[in-house]
Design a binder for this molecule. Sequence first.
Ligand SMILES: [Zn+2]
Ligand SMILES: [Zn+2]
Ligand SMILES: [Zn+2]
Length: 171
Amino acid sequence: MAEPQYDRCGSCGEEVTSDSDFCPHCGVIFEAAGSVRCDAHPGRAAGGICIICRKLVCDECGVRGHGRTFCREHKGIEVQQDWARIFQSTDINDAELVRSVLQSAGYTVQVQNFDSIGFVWGGGGDSSLSRSALGKPAKIFVPIPEYLRAVKTVQEWNSGRENSDEGGLRK
Ligand SMILES: [Zn+2]
Ligand SMILES: [Zn+2]
Ligand SMILES: [Zn+2]
């Protein structure tokens, strides 16, 4: 079996396999893919692909943000490198719960602002560090290709909670 060949995306500079029709990092469609049509408008050329759901989008259906293409449904998602933010909360307990739900479902997660908030919540005192951390929500990221599945996992878990007496997470 041949080793996969890699090229650099001309748009974002990330590595892509040389037989790709699009860049999964930024959503640009390569010229070699030929003419590609928007999923919602078959009469229009697609200018890119949503990096979250991989829908083909024309200029009207797509939104560029931070050098990447999103569909309108997914344009609000915060993305850092190849990670998408699935959850954020200033309540560290909620954030810890969601993290453990995702981890026990087998997802790789990255978190931000967990330690600093935990420090404050743990009675760490009134240092300038802890005060500045207070305004920052704890964030949980999953790899972009796993994002849509992970959202479902969290939703299913959350609706299970709502049906119990404990009550669900406030969105
Ligand atoms: Zn790219
Ligand atoms: Zn999308
Ligand atoms: Zn369209």
